[in-house]
Design a protein around this ligand. Sequence first.
Ligand SMILES: [Mn+2]
Length: 247
Amino acid sequence: MRFVRDKEAITIASYVISDIHGQYDMFMELLDKIKFNENDTLYILGDVLDRGPHPIKTLMKLMEMPNAICIVGNHELMALECLEFLMKEITDMSIEELDEKMLENLLTWQYNGSKTTIEEFEKLDAVTKQDVIDFIKDFVIYEEVSVNDKDYLLVHAGLGNYSPEKDIEDYSLHDLIWARADYDVRYFEDKYVISGHTPTQYIKDNPQPGFIYRKNNHIAIDCGACIPGGRLAAICLDTGEEYYTGD
Ligand SMILES: [Mn+2]
């Protein structure tokens, strides 16, 4: 869609980015490359947090962007399970609450790169901490969009326990945000599934590791922002154009 304002043509477009993993500088570089403006829509496919240097700074940038729609990843789920606990003062009460389940959650999260998220989170005041938690709670589980008569399912991972008979709401949260997509299976004849979660460097027999991967109506866009030599990618739903950080 195009309209003219002040004699300048403005293009309105929708973009999808996934697995930023705290790479704030890469995110800024990519927004600049796509010339993202207030009329555009940005879909974030989860895993904003963990691993990279500035997860909370990235999250707080997204909090300021009313035209960003955030979809939950497994790293946001792990964070949600732990951040409210970490907000509490260390008191007898919170020690008592550190039961086996919470300890397991903390260890799983630590194993998956929570360090930078916790470090940045700890520096916030109590009100901002709560704002961050509330913002993550508002992430949606998936999003279905149509652009130029093409239908897309936007989801962090999935579809675990896939069956062609199943409706999207029949999948569990785990199926959608932890499972590895099966790129050999065409999930839908009439719909593209755009997902992150698995860096395209790790997709077997991928001729272009580290770039957006397309097969069987799958579009995999996690290009390994935290992997050495990896990059952050964006795809424009209106044009199909791909954008990458780096040269
Ligand atoms: Mn993930």
